[in-house]
Every structure is written in structure tokens, then in C-alpha cells.
Design a protein around this ligand. Structure first.
Ligand code: NI
Length: 252
């Protein structure tokens, strides 16, 4: 049994002071697989570099909606090239973020569709970021024909989660499930089969209780697994084992 962190950003500057040591510690702790997820062109490339440097790292390449509004066709071509790398296992994180009104939504949709196309062409699963844009995100994915991936840091209703599962997607669950105000996500975990849930940290963000507010890392998946176990009334080890199998099936 080991931990598989399906979503982290270890190229983030928050890890500059002690990255090497932390990565070693996490591996020794039992984190044996990590997907480092790109959020723009540079971090996509960084993710590949990490995956080439560390055996147990894999990479996802893609541009987050905030940066996607500045994309050009050349970037998509470059991403397609990146996808050929043997350690690249997904296109992501891509999606829609309507939290702030001034980030052009038409452009977000356009580049989201383009990157979904890229996933279709390359046959890779997608890692979806969606915030305050549930309806539009679902519509675009449904229309795209992409049927393989994960909805990262899922924040929608249990009903929407079920819809995504029917479509062929997994539900990414991280530190938020341990928060006191996580009622909605707890319901999602109750309703969705464990065979459709993936563990993720989004490190350095979204740190679970009891370390909420501090820098996150993949060892904290233990608190996420414990919480899911509590909700589903099964052993945390069972949660770790099944979600790990799910991740291997989807990405490797
Ligand atoms: Ni992320």
C-alpha cells in the first residue's frame, strides 16, 4: 500500500527552501507516485523536468483558465509536443474559472475546448479545474467527447458528481473534505462510489485539518484518507488502496 498524489505543484516557489529534502521525506513516508500538474506553459515544462528527474513523479501539461486567456495556437502545438514525453500522463489543469468577472469567459471557453481537443488527439486523460462555472464546464466537456479524466478539487453537488461519473470521470478529493464547512463535499463522498474517487493535495494549497493554513504536501493525504474512511465507514487503508488503484487505472 502506498499513497498516490494525483495533483500537486512541487515546482511552486513555496517549496524552494527545502524541495529536495521534502521529496525524499515524502517518498520514505510512503508517497510512491505523484503527478505534478502544469498550470501554464512554464509550469508544464517544469512538471516534465521533475518527472524526468524523479522516478516516482509524473507530469500533466496544460494551461489553467487564468493563463489560458493569454494563449496562442503555438502554445497548443508546444503542449502537443510535450504530450509525447513518456512521463506525461494527462492534459491539465484545464477548465473554467468564473470566480472573478474580469477574466474573459469567451476566451476561457475557447482555450478550454482547444485543450480538450488536444486530449482527444493524444488519447490522454484530462485534469479539470472548475470554479463557479459548474454548468458551463459540464456542457463543454459533454460536447467535447472527452470521457476520461478527473474533476479536480470537486466543489459541485452530489448530483453533478454522479453525472460526471456517468460520463466516465473520476472525482478528485483533497484537503477541503476535512474542513468544518465541507458539508457539500461530504455528501459527494457519501454518494460517489469509492471506485470513482481519487486522492489529491493540490500542494502547496488546500492543506487539510489539522494543518489548514500551512503549506501542504503529499504526506497530508493521510488526513484526507482518514476523513473519507470516516464518511464511508471503512478503514483508511482501504481508502488509500482503492483510490490508488483508481489513479493507476486512469493515468498509468
Ligand atoms: Ni492545482
Amino acid at each position: 500500500m502506498y499513497y498516490f498524489d494525483t495533483h500537486a505543484h512541487y515546482d511552486d516557489a513555496a517549496f524552494d527552501p527545502d524541495r529536495e529534502q521534502l521529496i525524499k521525506d515524502m517518498y520514505d513516508f510512503g508517497v510512491k507516485k505523484i503527478i505534478n500538474v502544469g498550470a501554464d506553459m512554464q509550469s508544464s515544462l517544469n512538471s516534465i523536468k521533475f518527472a524526468e528527474k524523479y522516478d516516482f513523479f509524473y507530469a500533466a501539461v496544460g494551461v489553467h483558465p487564468y493563463d489560458a486567456v493569454k494563449m496562442c495556437e503555438e502554445d497548443v502545438k508546444m503542449l502537443q509536443k510535450y504530450c509525447k514525453n513518456y512521463k506525461v500522463v494527462a492534459v491539465g489543469e484545464i477548465g473554467l474559472d468564473y470566480h472573478y468577472e474580469d477574466i474573459d469567459r469567451d476566451k476561457q471557453c475557447y482555450w478550454f475546448e482547444k485543450q480538450l481537443e488536444l486530449a482527444e488527439i493524444t488519447g490522454l486523460p484530462v485534469i479539470i479545474h472548475t470554479r463557479d462555472a459548474d454548468e458551463q464546464t459540464y456542457k463543454i466537456i459533454e460536447k467535447s467527447g472527452v470521457r476520461c479524466g478527473v474533476i479536480h478539487a470537486f466543489s459541485g453537488s452530489a448530483e453533478l458528481a454522479q453525472q460526471y461519473v456517468k460520463l466516465g470521470f473520476y472525482i478528485g478529493v483533497g484537503g477541503v473534505v476535512t474542513f468544518k464547512n465541507a458539508k457539500k463535499l461530504v455528501r459527494v463522498v457519501e454518494k460517489v462510489s469509492l471506485s470513482r474517487i481519487l486522492l489529491e493535495t493540490d500542494a502547496p494549497y488546500l492543506t487539510p485539518e489539522p494543518y489548514r493554513g500551512k503549506r501542504n504536501n503529499s504526506q497530508n493525504l493521510q488526513y484526507v484518507a482518514a476523513k473519507i474512511g470516516e464518511i464511508k465507514q471503512i478503514e483508511p487503508n482501504e481508502v488509500i488502496k482503492i483510490t490508488c488503484e483508481n489513479a493507476e487505472k486512469l493515468f498509468l
